[in-house]
Structures are given as C-alpha cells and as structure tokens.
Design a protein around this ligand. Structure first.
Ligand code: A2P
Length: 317
C-alpha cells in the first residue's frame, strides 16, 4: 500500500474502501474481507446507515489479530442536521460508538448544507438553515474542538467548492486537511486540485468508478458510462487490467486519495491492486482529454425551491 503523509507525519493509505451504498448485511463481509486483503483505509459516514456493522468488522479484525487500530485509517462524516458548533461533539461520539472506536483518523463536514435537527433529508424549504444562520465557520469550531478533545486526529470537509474551502482556510485555527469530492475522468476538478496542492490539502476522490449503483432517483436518464468509455477500455486492455483499475490508478497517479466502493471479494482484490499500476504519459494525456465537467452526483437534491440552495450556489459555478 502507498500512503500520503500529513504535516504531523500521520499517513493515509492512498486507496480506501468506499462504503456508501454498501448495505447492512453486505458491509460486514466487505469490510472484513477488505481488511484481510490488506485495505487499511475505510471511508464511512453517519448517513450511510451502516457504521455499526463496519464497527463490528473492525472490532473482529482487531481481536483476531489481523490488524491493529493504529494500522487502520478510519474516516467518517458529520451529517447535515448536526451543523453548528455545539452539535459536532455529540454527533461524533455517536459515530464513534457505532464504529466501536475511541477516535477517528479523519472527520469531515459532509456537505455545506445545514439542515434543521429533526430532518436527515429535506422535504420542504423550511427544513434548511441558511448559511447565514449556521455558518460553516461556526460548525468548524466544533470540528476543532473534536481535535482538541482527541476524538479525531484530522478534520476536513466534503463537497466544498474552491470558494467555500478558501473561505474556511481563511477563517480557521486548524486548517482543513482534506476535501472529499467527486473526481473521475469526466469531472477532473483541475482548479480544485491546483488550489489544494498550493494549500497542502489532500483531495479524496469519491465515485471514482461513476457510482453506477446509485439509487435511480439520483441518476440522469442519459448519463454516460465511465466504465465502458472506449479510451478507458483501450488503456485497460493494453495493460491487461480492468477499466475500474485504470480509473483508480488515474486518481492515485494525479495525487488524490481514492475510495472505490465494492462489496464483492474479487472486485475488492482487484481494486486494491490498482496502486501498483502506473499509467504512461500517453495514457494520461488521453484520459485528460475526457474531461467534460460531468457530475454523477450533482447535488440537485439540495436545490429545493425556496430553500435558497441552488445547484449554482452549491458548487459556486
Ligand atoms: P460491487 O459493490 O458489486 O463491486 P463507485 O466507487 O464509483 O461508487 O462505484 C461503485 C460501483 O462500482 C458498485 O456498483 C460496485 O459494485 C462497482 N465496482 C466496484 N469495483 C469494481 C470493479 N473492480 N469492476 C467493476 N465494478 C466495480
């Protein structure tokens, strides 16, 4: 496994296990198998509703001697209805309880979209807080308290635009160390990558394979298929690899961490091997040309009319 190193010398494995959409019933087996295969980084979130089962897999892997807690990198995320300085510690403690851990390696603000405490998902514009009522900088103070209390080693954000990330960097005592966003050849996020390199912030690429197992309500009818893109397929053939492996290798090769999701033992194994694949300059150039700023996860579910949240102000574009 290859790693990126943070300022304090902590090391995050470049490739982790994605767990969004891994259902209970499947995720215990997937996480256990992944750890046995050599995965040391698991990406979780409260809202995936599977942290308790992942926690059990981690506990069992530690107690049977497969791995130690120190060897693992566990990330989780603060859900939208727990924004606000005074809500963060409680939410994080719930997640730690589910995961059966004393601390996280990384805790992220999941979306810059605060919701009223009673609602996991908004059904009306009344279910939102505006960013004036619940500023990200206020939530961030809670995130900083979590570091001070030893509940997480690192803090960061997810689904933040360059503008929002810049604003947070300028208004924080502890700088965000990670932004986790969708990144794949159709959405290459070049401006974000440059900004993060300058600021020493690690980008983690989610939906690196195009997240085909998303619920139908989150899919566009005419969405492109990354895994069968002729350029990706051709490069895969030339390297005797699979398209999924090329996609993860591309992500790691450009300096992002990557978290492909799988619950299938063979695919878990295949995905883990991708950090060993090096793409030629020619292959990289061909993939660079695929960029079309296409989001598989476009966040339009937050753009409830009357809420003040729109696609444009979510991504600042
Ligand atoms: P499965 O869990 O059955 O393996 P993303 O990481 O972009 O969200 O994509 C996840 C989707 O990609 C899931 O449907 C997952 O299915 C599938 N997948 C994961 N790894 C591979 C692979 N190596 N080859 C083909 N499909 C894969």
């Amino acid at each position: 496994m290859k790693y990126y190193t943070f300022k304090n010398n902590d090391k995050i494995p470049m490739l982790g296990l994605g767990t969004w959409k891994s259902s209970t019933g499947d995720v215990y087996g997937a996480a256990s198998k992944a750890i046995k295969l050599g995965y040391r980084h698991i990406d979780c979130a409260f809202i995936y509703e599977n942290e308790a089962e992942i926690g059990l897999a981690i506990k069992d892997a530690i107690s049977d001697g497969t791995v130690t807690r120190e060897e693992l990198w566990i990330t989780s995320k603060l859900w939208n209805n727990r924004h606000g300085k005074d809500n963060v510690i409680g939410a994080l403690k719930n997640t730690l309880e589910d995961l059966q851990l004393d601390y996280l390696d990384l805790y992220l603000i999941h979306w810059p979209v605060p919701l009223k405490e009673q609602f996991n998902f908004p059904m009306s514009p009344k279910h939102f807080y505006s960013l004036e009522e619940r500023p990200v900088s206020n939530t961030w103070q809670g995130m900083e308290m979590a570091v001070e209390q030893g509940l997480t080693k690192h803090i960061g954000v997810s689904n933040f635009s360059v503008k929002k990330l810049k604003n947070l960097v300028e208004n924080s005592s502890i700088k965000p160390e990670v932004n986790q966003i969708e990144s794949q050849p159709y959405l290459q996020q070049k401006e974000m990558l440059e900004f993060c390199k300058l600021e020493d912030i690690l980008l983690t690429a989610y939906s690196p394979l195009g997240s085909k197992d998303r619920p139908a309500t989150m899919k566009a009818k005419d969405e492109p298929d990354l895994m069968t893109d002729p350029v990706i397929v051709e490069i895969a053939k030339s390297l005797n690899a699979s398209p999924a492996q090329i996609l993860s290798a591309w992500a790691v090769g450009r300096g992002t961490a990557v978290i492909p999701k799988s619950v299938n033992p063979e695919r878990l194994k295949q995905n883990l091997q991708t950090t060993e694949i090096e793409l030629s300059m020619d292959a990289l150039e061909k993939i660079n040309k695929l960029d079309k700023h296409y989001r598989f996860l476009n966040g339009r579910f937050w753009a409830v009319p009357g809420s003040g949240y729109t696609y444009e102000n979510l991504w600042d574009e």
